[in-house]
Design a protein around this ligand. Sequence first.
Ligand code: NAD
Ligand code: UDP
Ligand code: UDP
Length: 435
Amino acid sequence: MGSELIFRGHEAQPMADSYSPKPLKPWFYVARPIRYILREQRLVFVLVGIAIATVGFTFFPTSRTSHGNGYVSIPNTFVEHDLAHYSQRPLYQQGVGLKTWNSGGKIPLGLKRKGLRIVVTGGAGFVGSHLVDRLIERGDSVIVVDNFFTGRKENVMHHFGNPRFELIRHDVVEPLLLEVDQIYHLACPASPVHYKFNPVKTIKTNVVGTLNMLGLAKRVGARFLLTSTSEVYGDPLQHPQVETYWGNVNPIGVRSCYDEGKRTAETLTMDYHRGAGVEVRIARIFNTYGPRMCIDDGRVVSNFVAQALRKQPLTVYGDGKQTRSFQYVSDLVEGLIRLMEGEHVGPFNLGNPGEFTMLELAKVVQESIDPDAKIEYRPNTEDDPHKRKPDITKAKEQLGWEPKVSLRKGLPLMVKDFRQRIFGDHKEGGATTTI
Ligand code: NAD
Ligand code: UDP
Ligand code: UDP
């Protein structure tokens, strides 16, 4: 029995003078596959295969763009230079595989859209981190670029370890080389307290930072979305504000680093679009609130919520009759994605038209957290806009978008997040936007 397990290779060694055939001529190796195909009518199968492939490519031509809904189609309003520009893009930008394969406008059922490679500047901040969640959730690869001035690693920490997520500590004022399909450009402090802290840095971020990201978009042929602001309307003389209104902005005031910075960022964006053929989108965001806002960023909603939870008086600036319109963050993220994936450049107002005075807001906060919370009046800040309310007709018509979450529904979600962060209960952290 044991002998059967012994190696027997040596038994098959060739004998010294055994027969060896003559080497074959080279043409024999070339002709062998042809002879194989001719045998047993395999040629017929090859021809049938070629015919099927030809029919497929004739009737299902290659697509040019993809939509956020997972479908792929050629937009009928694509302007000519957009197409020309697009065709010059590298492969990762045009998309490969399923993303470029169009069957009458839609990817066949059961097949998934290929993910895009997307940069979110300011992605560790309040809005950016919620946007990143949505992009990762739908299957894209996301690179967050942030200098952590107002952003926090905690906002994106739940993606660490995901191979589709990258975090780069970088200041957008410095040039950056990356290869991507889309750029959501959010990097810029949004709270007046933060952007007034170092006004020169704020305007550099808006001007040089935006220039760099547009330069990047131009180099790689990426689509670029700028998050501008309702502040471009300044202290508006037209109410509600329509996108065609040019605004009433003080160019030399304490808010100018932000207001004029964003106005210049819009100008740069349009100049790269017209001059360099960069595909751009512009969103004018109105006051937004939700989980992950900086607790002490000085914005009115975060201030009131934190004050009510800490049993401190709510600080109302001025007479409290100035108005703002407050949008819940998930509505904004939906609007941003629709804008990026759609065909229109904008600018688009993205905001909730529900308008509140600061005293009315204080009342909603009292109802939601503490009916006994006191109100304390403080002097108002310089150049504070008296009223603000978006006209969102354009976004409704062209993006099919409108906000869904009222202040009374959204506020409790933010309160839950603030309660956990202020009182140290981290067990349920990583707040999401889910309603
Ligand atoms: P945020 O302060 O929470 O986030 C901004 C992010 O950008 C932070 O993570 C910050 O660290 C980062 N950042 C700032 N300067 C940078 C730089 N030079 N380089 C790299 N990263 C930098 O603010 P947010 O509320 O999330 O706002 C996001 C964007 O939306 C901003 O561009 C803001 O102007 C715009 N916006 C927001 C609102 C709002 O109500 N939240 C309203 C209008 C416009
Ligand atoms: N830029 C960048 N990344 C890129 C390409 C450009 O940061 O991938 C920067 C570049 O350093 C420049 C800016 O974007 O400061 C504008 O670039 P553009 O090519 O439009 O202008 P130019 O370099 O000719 O001034
Ligand atoms: N405000 C207030 N109490 C605060 C903080 C802000 O009454 O504790 C007012 C502020 O004067 C402004 C409005 O709330 O009229 C919105 O301010 P915020 O800083 O949130 O955003 P803005 O729209 O001014 O950028």
